[in-house]
Design a protein around this ligand. Structure first.
Ligand SMILES: [Ca+2]
Length: 171
């Protein structure tokens, strides 16, 4: 029993980067509620404060240009190359000045293969209210397992913004 338990926990550790439910197409599902981390970048922006879920969200302000994001290779994301990505997040801007961008970028070593940015202000009509930001893109057809995909908030004008329940879904 003890050996079985050890094996089980070893498997959990191996799967730690992929700790979310598998979808029907065998792609992993990634959600960052601020309360826990996975394959996420810029998690130093996670702070206690205004939050859509729990007590933690990602806080972007005049000191933070690169906000919470997700980064991994397609080899880790699923057992085939996905055709489509959906990124969802809850966002709350502090003022109407907000001009941050939800970016989806794919790189092969030093070369950028794909870049799409969606202005968050288009999804957040009112300051100090949580709104859903959602984008969906078809991915290029010639991707390889070693290509990396990054999905992140680019706070290009460095205004104050909170982001919570960041989801990255592949299909
Ligand atoms: Ca949260």
């Amino acid at each position: 029993m003890k050996q079985f338990t050890l094996l089980f926990f070893s498997m959990l550790i191996l799967a730690s980067c992929n700790n979310n439910k598998k979808s029907e197409h065998s792609f992993n599902k990634y959600i960052n509620t601020g309360e826990s981390n996975g394959c996420w970048i810029n998690t130093n922006t996670l702070k206690e404060g205004p939050a859509f879920s729990g007590i933690i969200s990602a806080k972007l302000d005049s000191t933070v240009e690169w906000g919470l994001g997700f980064r991994d290779s397609f080899a880790n994301i699923g057992n085939e190359i996905p055709k489509k990505i959906t990124a969802n997040a809850m966002a709350m801007k502090e003022t109407d000045l907000d001009d941050a961008v939800l970016v989806v970028s794919i790189d092969r070593k030093d070369k950028n293969l794909f870049w799409q940015g969606a202005d968050i202000k288009g999804f957040t009509p009112n300051a100090k209210e949580w709104s859903k930001v959602s984008v969906q893109y078809n991915l290029p057809k010639d991707l390889t397992p070693s290509d990396n995909i990054t999905v992140f908030i680019w706070n290009k004008d460095k205004h104050q913004l909170y982001v919570d329940d960041f989801e990255v879904l592949f299909e």
